[in-house]
Design a protein around this ligand. Structure first.
Ligand code: PNW
Length: 479
């Protein structure tokens, strides 16, 4: 099936948007400057530096707090049409709630947005990329249902402050990763409640997202005319063989990984995936629990959450081979999923243990989203490759060219409606628990230089051409 949304000849649709992405904690620095409050990553890195690979933090990071004008120049060099960045909640609301509004925080983002618009780069704003104000974590963080209202107030303030200039909004970046903060010490706040805390946090986040979406509908949409979504991340889970057991394992894995958040929002019926409901209910009963570890939505909430996205925002990096089997402690979401996964040793590696280069998995994932959720417009909000910071970053060039080629096939041959693509990331930055040991940037950042000087990598030459011409040169697809 060739959809009308296609163009052929290695060209992307004329209105396709290319961009680059970052997140506040990973690039800004200025952790305690001009009235910013502490967030959970400030506290996590300061109290437990040993939990970060190189004992580092985002205290200074790329110092984008002072260097945002330089960043805009880099973006221009890359020829992007969109810059996806996130707002630090505690920089705007140091206490998390509306008791104190930090005006210098507002000024920082106003300046950044103005600098982008001046050179015709469209801002795409993520409201929450993992940096919860510590004051709200002290109230229980995402385990506390009230967080949905704190988030709604914060979102409403952002629409009021920036909505005349910002037309692309993302409420949450990768809620599954936010939930990891309630499973293990791999991420802030490092609360260890596997199989319980993650499901509970997810439940609150879905409510928070829906509240923000409805506020936009009720108070802002008619005037501001923007779009609101939530960024979900997913690997492609390829069955290890053609056996029905492995195909089922793949489907089950996809429902637990992407369906967990996508089904309540994008499916026709709403609510968690039926398969997930069944399995977690059964496991909970077997564990002798009176209630399921997966919380339930009332009919009211199912309807309230369903349909709360104007496009499907998707992050994708890599693929795993899956079969059915038991992994993870009891209880845990990992164990509930009942899937074991591995990689094909022939797949090229990156500097990140979890990231193998598997371009075809991207196309399969886009196809899955199309058939599962009635072909929504998809904006790929992150896709990227890590190395150790080399300027001749040929492996990154290979990665992006080949992932983009698969994205084009998904549009032209499978009829997927992919509308945009932002590369992670415009520059090397703080990679969470892996510190500065892995680099995802298309620009190099010198972290031992107090000025945090930036330097172009080879990938910029290649990507800027693709982004400008909106065309992939078939001839040099494979470097
Ligand atoms: C992304 N996966 O998370 C984050 O949004 C970024 O902040 C981060 O810098 C980037 O990854 C690179 O590490 C991911 O399961 C979470 O494949 C999970 C996956 C991929 C990326």
């Amino acid at each position: 099936v060739v959809s009308s949304y296609s163009s052929g000849n290695g060209s992307f649709p004329y209105n396709f948007l290319f961009g680059a992405a970052t997140a506040s904690y990973q690039v800004e620095g200025g952790w305690n400057l001009s009235g910013k409050g502490e967030n959970i990553w400030d506290v996590f890195t300061h109290t437990h530096p040993e939990w970060i690979a190189d004992h580092s933090s985002g205290d200074i990071a790329c110092d984008s707090y002072h260097n945002y004008k330089k960043d805009v120049k880099l973006l221009k060099k890359l020829q992007v049409q969109v810059y996806r960045f996130s707002i630090s909640w505690a920089r705007i609301l140091p206490n998390g709630d509306l008791s104190l509004i930090n005006h210098s925080g507002i000024t920082y983002y106003k300046n950044l947005i103005a600098a982008l618009r001046e050179v015709h780069i469209e801002p795409m704003v993520t409201m929450y990329h993992w940096d919860l104000p510590q004051a709200l974590e002290d109230k229980g963080g995402w385990l506390n249902t009230q967080m949905a209202d704190y988030f709604k107030n914060y979102a409403s303030l952002l629409f009021t402050l920036f909505g005349d200039q910002v037309k692309w909004w993302i409420t949450f970046n990768e809620p599954t990763e936010v939930c990891t903060g309630y499973v293990s010490r791999d991420a802030a706040p490092g609360v260890v409640l596997p199989g319980v805390g993650d499901y509970k946090a997810a439940h609150t986040i879905l409510q928070a997202h829906a509240k923000a979406y409805h506020v936009y509908d009720q108070k802002f949409r008619s005037k501001q005319k923007g779009r609101v979504s939530i960024t979900l991340s997913s690997r492609w889970l390829e069955p290890i063989s053609e056996s029905s057991e492995d195909i089922e394992a793949s489907e089950r894995g996809m429902q637990f990984e992407l369906g967990w958040f996508a089904h309540p929002i994008y499916s026709k019926s709403g609510d968690y995936p039926p398969l997930m409901r069944k399995i977690v209910d059964e496991h909970s009963r077997a564990e002798g629990l009176k209630y399921s570890r997966l919380p339930s939505f009332s009919g009211y909430w199912i309807k309230y959450i369903r349909g709360t996205a104007d496009f499907f925002a998707l992050n994708h990096y890599t693929t795993r081979l899956v079969t059915s089997g038991e992994e993870g402690e009891i209880p845990s979401k990992e164990h509930d999923t009942g899937v074991i996964s591995k990689v094909d040793p022939s797949w090229p590696s990156s500097a990140s243990k979890w990231l193998k280069v598997v371009p075809w998995g991207f196309r399969k994932l886009l196809k899955w989203v199309k058939s599962e959720y009635r072909n929504p417009p998809v904006f790929v909000t992150e896709n990227g490759f890590s190395d150790h910071g080399e300027l001749e970053d040929n492996d990154r060039i290979y990665y992006h060219k080949n992932y983009l080629a698969e994205l084009l096939k998904a549009i032209n041959e499978d009829g997927c409606k992919v509308i945009g693509y932002t590369v992670w990331s415009i520059m090397d930055n703080f990679e969470w628990e892996r510190g500065y040991t892995e680099k995802f940037g298309v620009f190099h950042v010198n972290f031992s230089d107090p000025a945090r000087s930036r330097q172009q990598k080879k990938s910029v030459e290649v990507l800027s051409k693709i982004f400008h011409l909106k065309k992939l040169d078939e001839a040099d697809n494979f470097v």
